[in-house]
Design a binder for this molecule. Structure first.
Ligand code: TXA
Ligand code: MG
Length: 337
């Protein structure tokens, strides 16, 4: 992101909560404390805001994000919580537990925020400032840790400003975060719940509530980066049924075309469906539309989705990473968490 913003810093009070909710509603990026670490919030239902969030963090990839909501009822609107997830939510929410579950029907969170997955990570944080902002905004807020990609998670407003000053709209300063380590992530997708990321709530506390041991995350055999991949970066990412052909200069008969910019490739008229990521050549717009367009073109029934070249700068790096993963041959043994 090249545009330098003025980052407002406000002490956590009524005026700050109102400003945070207004900024989020306008598609802004707002950092706020949770009991674990500071999060960088964006309206989870606004794909352009989420694209700007990835750009501000400088993430080279679209990691799926955690959707933060005010209570268990709001969580149920996003995720299908089975009996075990429900028990964990009742025991640990509000708190430092994130639950990954199937998305609920009609889940309003945009596909970019879940990186196109069928699942979603949900958390009800237990910090007065996070709770005030979430109830003032009354919509789900995605919030990765409020640091630049590759840096450690921030536990003070000053850390956020050092990393993201000039790249986000508002920092609500609520002092140091009490726990200082990220939430524990547990996937409840049928069968035994899986510990995806150890965190602020101990495994033993979760196991006590479940009355059973947590399963450990299996390294996905299909993941070319093996064990170093972060949770959510496994072979689980949405992969279209159609094959992807990238950097096309000429469309073959029967292909669907994923376009970018105004000058279409040769024989674009052969395409059975065409969707443009951004006619204006804007990478933020393109990121916001990527997963929805891939799904729609997949639904066209074409065997091949032809993808025009996308410049590798800014969010283009993450877009190309995602396209490369979607284009890679898939092994049989993929897991789905
Ligand atoms: O304490 C925390 O969890 C902080 C505060 C701000 O809530 N947030 C945080 O977010 O640590 P982030 O984006 O830095 O880490 C979220 C992790 C990522 O490793 C991501 O891959 C994983 O959650 N994740 C999100 N959705 C997922 C999904 N559907 N399946 C598997 N993993 C998922
Ligand atoms: Mg992080």
């Amino acid at each position: 992101m090249n545009v330098e913003l003025t980052t407002r810093v406000m002490t956590a009070d009524r005026a700050a909560f109102r400003a945070a909710a207004q900024s989020l509603a306008a598609g802004g990026l707002v950092a706020f404390p949770t009991e674990t670490v500071y999060g960088l919030g964006a309206d989870a239902t606004n794909a352009e805001a989420v694209a700007r969030l990835y750009a501000a963090k400088g993430r080279p990839r679209f990691n799926p994000l955690i959707a933060h909501v005010a209570d268990l009822t709001a969580a149920r609107r996003l995720a299908r919580l089975d009996a075990l997830a429900d028990r964990l939510g009742a025991a640990f929410w509000p708190g430092a537990l994130t639950i990954v579950a199937e998305q609920a029907p009609g889940c309003p969170v945009c596909a970019l925020a879940t990186a196109g997955l069928e699942t979603i990570a949900v958390r009800v944080p237990d910090h007065p400032v996070a709770r005030e902002i979430l109830s003032a905004f009354a919509r789900p807020v995605v919030a990765p840790s409020a640091n630049r990609s590759g840096h450690v998670s921030p536990t003070r407003a000053e850390h956020v400003i050092a990393d993201l000053g000039g790249r986000i709209h508002l920092v609500v300063d609520g002092g140091p975060t009490p726990m200082g380590i990220e939430s524990t992530i547990v996937a409840c997708l049928g069968g035994r719940p899986v510990l995806l990321r150890p965190g602020a709530i101990a495994r033993s506390d979760i196991e006590r509530v479940l009355g059973d041991t947590l399963a450990d995350r299996q390294p996905a055999s299909g993941d070319r980066e093996g064990a170093v991949a972060a949770p959510g970066m496994l072979a689980s990412h949405y992969a279209p049924r159609a094959r992807l052909r990238r950097n096309v200069r000429s469309v073959e008969p029967g292909e669907a075309l994923l376009a970018f910019g105004t000058s279409l490739p040769a024989h674009a008229d052969r395409a059975i469906a065409i969707l443009n990521l951004s006619a204006a050549g804007d990478l933020v717009e393109a990121a916001a539309k990527l997963f929805a367009h891939l799904r729609a073109l997949d639904a066209s029934g074409a065997a091949v989705i032809a993808v025009m070249p996308i410049p590798g700068v800014g969010l283009g790096e993450a877009i190309n990473d995602r396209l490369a993963r979607a284009a890679a041959p898939r092994p049989q043994s993929e897991t789905t968490v």
